[in-house]
Design a protein around this ligand. Structure first.
Ligand SMILES: O=CC(=O)O
Length: 354
């Protein structure tokens, strides 16, 4: 693992060199704002930082998270931090960074890893990456929903391990979207994009719940606002799209599952923390609901011995909803542009209002 001042060679390889800078800036390089990038970011974002000439940045050049102790050291004196969702940006880290810190830019739409109160208290601005990942996340959510409801993982397993006997009338039957009611918990851009993709499957009705009515978004997909109880009772498919906040922590619990239909499929591509996993296990293993597709869990990675992995009706993905080359590059570019704009004292392309 290397921590390095970095730039790119003509061959596109990272190499140890002096902090990158670009002509057009009169200030000596040593006076450029110091930035720490907590993970190897995709090339588009890295190029923006490198070519900006606006910052001297140090990057943790690894696919694995920077150890906390190292992170606390590296952020010292930084004016900017570009992080990913595995880094807890809390009081301890902000204290370690010190009073120079002006901007935290996260390469994620979720911001539950950021202590917003602490950031606000210190007047630190925050950038995040909504919109650029909406299509990708919606696409994966539909894929996960179909894989779960039509039992695709079980089916491929049976096919390649000798379970495929003769054609049988009810073998590997699942649940179809046609004529179904799809519920969305937390209607934002991603929920709308999921509904738009599901509509051609002949969904009969979309319903949603949220802390407030979302008439503009709801109109786009003709979704009806219902209470959380009604959402649980009416949904054949329930997609969780809300942010993880103190209000949504553990909101998908026994109380919710026990009101759901026996044929219901539960899909979560938001954050693991919105689900009480013990309750979900009970609901799935006792047939209270038909299946669950999870792209997010608590913790991540979910230990391979976790009981949820023993269930055939639970499809678990390793948090890959935004994992396309295009989207991850766009996220990195937006995160870099947010950071640079914030350091210039300009409006960020996507700033979180604190
Ligand atoms: O989970 C992914 C994100 O928050 O961007």
């Amino acid at each position: 693992m290397l921590v390095m001042w970095c730039s790119r060679t003509a061959l596109g390889r990272l190499q140890r060199i002096a902090p990158c800078t670009v002509t057009g800036f009169n200030r000596a390089m040593s006076t450029l704002p110091k930035v720490f990038v907590t993970r190897k970011v995709p090339p588009e974002g890295l190029d923006i930082l490198r070519k900006s000439g606006q910052v001297q940045f140090e990057m943790w050049d690894s696919d694995d998270p920077v150890p906390r102790v190292e992170l606390l050291k590296r952020v010292k004196g930084c004016e900017g931090i570009l992080c990913v969702l595995t880094e807890k940006i809390d009081a301890q880290l902000l204290n370690a960074a010190g009073p120079n810190l002006k901007v935290v830019s996260t390469m994620s739409v979720g911001f539950d890893h950021l202590s917003l109160d602490e950031l606000k208290k210190r007047g630190i601005r925050v950038g995040y990456t909504p919109d650029v990942l909406t299509d990708c996340v919606a696409e994966l959510t539909v894929a996960l929903l179909l894989a779960t409801s039509r039992r695709l993982i079980e089916a491929t397993h049976e096919a390649k391990t000798g379970g495929w006997g003769t054609w049988r009338t009810l073998w590997l039957c699942g649940h179809e979207l046609a004529n179904s009611t799809v519920g969305i918990l937390g209607l934002g851009r991603i929920g709308v994009a999921i509904a738009e993709r599901l509509k051609p499957f002949k969904v009969k009705k979309f319903i949603y719940t949220d802390v407030a009515l979302r008439p503009e978004l709801a109109n786009m997909i003709e979704a009806e606002y219902v209470s959380l109880d009604e959402l649980a009772k009416q949904s054949d498919f329930l997609a969780i799209c809300c942010a993880l906040t103190p209000e949504t922590y553990g909101i998908c619990n026994w109380n919710l599952f026990s009101k759901m239909k026996k044929n219901a499929i539960f899909i979560n591509t938001s954050r693991g923390g919105v689900v009480n996993q013990e309750d979900l296990y009970e609901a799935l293993s006792t047939g209270l609901i038909a299946g669950a597709g999870l792209d997010v869990t608590t913790p991540e990675p979910l230990p391979t011995h976790h009981p949820l992995f023993t269930l055939k009706n639970c499809v678990i993905l390793p948090h890959v909803a935004s994992a396309s080359y295009t989207t991850r590059n766009s996220m990195s570019a937006l995160a870099a542009n947010n950071l640079l704009a914030g350091l210039r004292g300009e409006p960020m392309p996507k700033e979180l209002k604190l």
